[in-house]
Structures are given as structure tokens and as C-alpha cells.
Design a binder for this molecule. Structure first.
Ligand SMILES: [Zn+2]
Length: 299
């Protein structure tokens, strides 16, 4: 009798694990491990953090809706490759993550050989992660910086190819063409491309419905901001810190404070201010996250 119930229990357990195994979408995400010149993937089940793992998720198909990760999310395929392979390009409905106190530090217009390495070193010192919206024309000059951002576990986003408003905002097609071009440059450096993008100058006043529709059709998530460091108008480091300190008093932003900064050429003041900016959020108990599918829209 004892043996019989033990056998039944064993069967139950076997069935349970069998079902678990079948339903776990193991193929959906894969950790990517990166070595100097090649990227190899392993499925999540045997991802026991080898030392040089890039903490990123790869989205292989869009059929699952469990994208509540705190890691960057990338696609191994370009939009054109998806289309050629008749794979979906639009994303499933996404669930935003609202924290108690969550901050997304974002850096636009890089990579820059002077500023980006200092930003990376500081983020590493604090063991926090941020998001870099890269301009393609810069990115193609500094593929090693793209790799460094990626392997450190920060998120990479697409910030157009040439950042020229006249070229970019002629039509949704010209805008998308620049995203495609920059995707290719990023993929050439790290083997994957981002899904997140940020419109140069912001989407307000530049995007109409046609732009939003085109982005949606191709699975791009446009990312805005709700706190501006003011570094686009070239403030001094203390001014940038003061700007952020003032805006963060708005408690409505605490669940998803998205801070606009720049690490592009000429933004040395941002670099100077960064330690204090990080300290500001740290001292108030904020959680630092990278932008991905679960990041709520800024407004
Ligand atoms: Zn920009």
C-alpha cells in the first residue's frame, strides 16, 4: 500500500515536471553569452551564469506575453529578416511595470569616445544599469563601445542614423529607414538589434498618427522621458543636478522616473554631474532599471 502511494506520488511529480517542461517557453528567450568575436546562445534552462554572460534577453518569437524582465531585451533578427522569414513584426500586448520608486537613467546621442567610457565606469562603480540611445553615425565609428555597453548589461536603443530632423521627419518611411540602418550597425557589433527607440528631439510635434502606426507595425517601442536634466541646453553640472532634484519632487513620476541625459560629444558637464545624480536617486531609495518592453510610457 505504501509502495503504491509512493508510486502514485512519483507519477504525479513526473507528470507535473513534464507539464512544466512542456509549457515553459524555453525557446522564447535565450541568454546570450558574448566572447570577443562571437556570440553564442544557450537556452534559459542551463543558464547558470557563466562568468562572461551578458545579462540580456533575446526575444525569438512574439507569441508570449511574459516580458516583465528587468534585463535589456534584444532581437536576433532585423525587421527585414523577420519579413523575409514571414515572422511577425508587431509585438503582443505589453504589461507595464510600475515600481514604488523606479528610475531609468537614459543617455542619448552617443557613443562618444570621451564621455561614454566615463559613464560606463561610473555605472559599474555603483553596480547599476542604464539605457543608451545610440546614433547610428556615431555607433558605426565605435563598435567597441557598443560591445562594452552591451556586455555590461545596459540597454541599447536606436536614436536614428544621422539625428538630422529635416531628413528624419520627412515621412514615416524616412524615419524608419534610419532606424533600420542603425539596427544593422548595432547588429553588426553585437549580433542583435534593439526594439526600443527614441525620436531625436522627442516624438511630440514630430510624430503624427502615421509615424506611430509605422513604428507599431514594425515592433519598435518609442521611449520618451519625464525628467529632463536640461543638458541639451548646455547647463553646468550643478544646474543639471538641480534640474533633476527639482523635477523628482513630483511623486507622480516615482513609479517610472525616466531621466533624459546625453553622453554624446560635448556633454562633459553631464559626465561631471552624473555621480551626484546617481547619489540623488540612491539616497532616496530608487531602484535603477533598464528600459525594455515593461517600461511604462513616460507620460
Ligand atoms: Zn538626441
Amino acid at each position: 500500500m505504501m509502495q503504491h502511494s509512493a508510486f502514485k506520488e512519483l507519477c504525479r511529480l513526473t507528470l507535473f515536471f513534464f507539464l512544466l517542461f512542456c509549457t515553459a517557453p524555453l525557446g522564447t528567450f535565450a541568454y546570450y553569452s558574448i566572447t570577443t568575436n562571437n556570440i553564442e546562445s544557450t537556452t534559459e534552462k542551463n543558464a547558470e551564469s557563466p562568468p562572461n554572460y551578458a545579462p540580456a534577453y533575446l526575444i525569438m518569437d512574439y507569441t508570449n506575453n511574459w516580458l516583465m524582465t528587468d534585463k535589456p531585451v534584444y532581437d536576433p533578427l532585423l525587421v527585414s529578416e523577420r519579413k523575409n522569414q514571414k515572422l511577425p513584426t508587431t509585438l503582443p500586448p505589453l504589461t507595464p511595470y510600475y515600481g514604488q520608486k523606479t528610475v531609468y537613467l537614459t543617455f542619448d546621442d552617443g557613443p562618444d569616445p570621451e564621455n561614454t567610457p566615463i559613464v560606463l565606469a561610473l555605472l559599474n562603480e555603483y553596480q547599476i544599469h542604464a539605457t543608451f540611445f545610440l546614433v547610428g553615425s556615431q555607433a558605426e565609428k565605435y563598435p567597441d563601445l557598443i560591445k562594452q555597453i552591451f556586455t555590461a548589461g545596459h540597454a541599447i536603443g536606436n536614436h536614428s542614423y544621422n539625428h538630422n530632423y529635416k531628413d528624419l521627419y520627412r515621412s514615416p518611411q524616412t524615419y524608419l529607414a534610419q532606424l533600420h540602418h542603425t539596427d544593422e550597425i548595432i547588429k553588426q557589433a553585437i549580433g542583435v538589434r534593439p526594439h526600443i527607440s527614441r525620436a531625436p528631439g522627442g516624438s511630440a510635434g514630430t510624430f503624427n498618427k502615421a509615424y506611430w502606426n509605422s513604428l507599431e507595425q514594425e515592433g519598435y517601442c518609442d521611449v520618451g522621458w519625464n525628467i529632463s536634466s536640461g543638458d541639451a541646453s548646455r547647463g553646468t553640472a550643478p544646474q543639471l543636478v538641480a534640474n533633476i532634484a527639482e523635477q523628482i519632487q513630483n511623486k507622480a513620476l516615482w513609479s517610472h522616473a525616466t531621466v533624459l541625459m546625453h553622453d554624446g560629444t560635448g556633454h562633459g558637464e553631464t559626465v561631471k554631474a552624473l555621480r551626484q545624480i546617481i547619489e540623488l536617486f540612491k539616497s532616496q531609495g530608487f531602484e535603477f532599471r533598464v528600459v525594455n518592453f515593461s517600461t511604462p510610457s513616460a507620460w
